[in-house]
Design a protein around this ligand. Sequence first.
Ligand SMILES: [Zn+2]
Length: 373
Amino acid sequence: MGFATARLVRQRAGECCEYCRLPQAVSALRFHIEHIVARQHGGSEDAENLALACPECNLRKGPNLSGIDPDTGETTTLFHPRRDSWHDHFVDIEGRISGISPAGRATVSLLGMNTTDRCRLRQCIKLRTGADLPGWREALLPDDGLQQILRLVTMGELAMSFSDEVRNALTTLIGHAYMGQQALPEGDPIRNHLDSITRNSMRMKGMIDSMLNFGRKREETTDRCAPEELIHEAVRIAGPYLEDFKHPPIAVQVDVESECPKIAVTRWEMIHVLVNLLTNAADAMSESQQRLITIAAHREPQAMVRISVADTGSGIASENVGRIFTPFFTTKGERGNGLGLFIVRSTIEHHGGSITLQTGDSGTAFTIALPAL
Ligand SMILES: [Zn+2]
């Protein structure tokens, strides 16, 4: 396929996926030029057989020409971007695309258009632009929050490769500090300095490992985790952040019911959730005279485990309570990117749980409920 054809296809599609209507501008991955009738079925390279598709739609569609209408169970041809009009087959309601014809329904189902992530992204675009499908692209402003997502994605990728380098350097540093220690006689004061280098480098390496793990998510593995172990690890990781608060320092109280059941979660994701809630709790107490974080885990009826993180801060203003989980909403000004609690909620829901909050003058408590094993 020539460059001119590819450009024609992209422009004709308005740089949006012709199936799910996701704009190229909000995706970190380049969209594909897709053969509507696949080459193995004799589909041509002609522009009339080509469409622009986001990688997800393209990969899920594969060489299929037909799908099953979930309403009737009957096989039907798929939506054809060149012959069919999008609005005759689909409707977008609050970020959820519904098929309104057999072809529309079969295409929504085969292409997995309504997976949680994809619906969220559409809701988020709509929230920021106030526009419905397919007017997103026109509504995107140069410095819209979506541009911020892209910046974060790029920054994350850079940070990942940078962190790998730092991690290797730290490993060397730890090794040399250890050898230096061994070479010195017992009681030599330099040994203490080397010990400090080793301990701090190890701590740094631990933080980088957690971050790299977070970046490498997407593997859908779940671990059988004891809430107590998750809590202690999260408290350990959040420790340096919490220790920055002085006069008065933050006290952390851990209260885990003995024989609290295990939960099926991706370990590092769950730790990330708890660290996020702990650092939020600390921030909420910046003006408080009493600084106490209580993190607790208990067995609940209906085979659930409840994990709560409570602070003694000033609470969340009532007008903000409803928006606290919304992407890009932050009360932290420069320090927050507004994605923390959004990611927390996505993670918990992904594991079949829920998160709620109670807030008032005496503080805020976030409560996570997850199925017990
Ligand atoms: Zn798509």
